[in-house]
Design a protein around this ligand. Structure first.
Ligand code: HEM
Length: 148
């Protein structure tokens, strides 16, 4: 009887410890979009083209005339890295605070998206990847657009 109890206790222990090793509930990081964008070097190259395009744009270039390109590029690299699932930390201003008082309207927002699309084309980023990134940026319009 005593041996049977010990055997039962050992079997119970075995049952409770073995499956715990086989399964992990930690979520897998999904950085597929970040990788598709070329990871950090890809984002750095993209932001160089993007910010140059913003400054040169006849519709919204004036809004970036006093902007230091290197600073904005760095903020955008970190932000887009985070947005695409990459291993970064964005330490710039949140979108509401960053664009406060700029009176940005829908047409200007769309112009920025167009400049980004042209930059992504120039960097040979596939159309599907472009759309995935734009889908993640789109909700930001609520914090960026403050004028009609
Ligand atoms: C999805 C759309 C947008 C995103 C993701 C975005 C992102 C950013 C980021 C990350 C910053 C830097 C924040 C900081 O200083 O810490 C910034 C600043 C700025 N953004 Fe945007 N932005 C968007 C739309 C726009 C639009 C539509 C305009 C105007 C047409 C605009 C004009 C500016 C300007 C002028 C600055 C300040 C740059 C400087 O001089 O430092 N942004 N934006």
């Amino acid at each position: 009887m005593k041996h049977l109890l010990i055997a039962l206790a050992l079997a119970t222990l075995g049952l409770t410890t073995a499956p715990a090793m086989a399964q992990s509930t930690a979520p897998m990081p999904n950085d597929a979009l970040y990788q598709a964008l070329g990871a950090k070097p890809g984002l750095q190259a993209l932001m160089e083209v993007f910010v140059a395009g913003l400054k040169a744009d006849p519709r919204i270039g004036v809004q970036f005339k006093d902007t230091k390109s290197s600073y904005l590029q760095e903020q955008l690299v970190d932000q887009f890295c985070v947005v695409s699932g990459g291993p970064c930390k964005y330490e710039g201003a949140d979108m509401k605070a960053a664009h406060k008082g700029m009176d940005i309207n829908k047409a200007q927002f769309n112009a920025l998206v167009e400049v980004l699309q042209v930059a992504m084309d120039a960097r040979n980023i596939p159309f599907a990847t472009q759309n995935q990134l734009l889908a993640r940026l789109a909700p930001m319009h609520r914090d960026v657009i403050t004028a009609h």
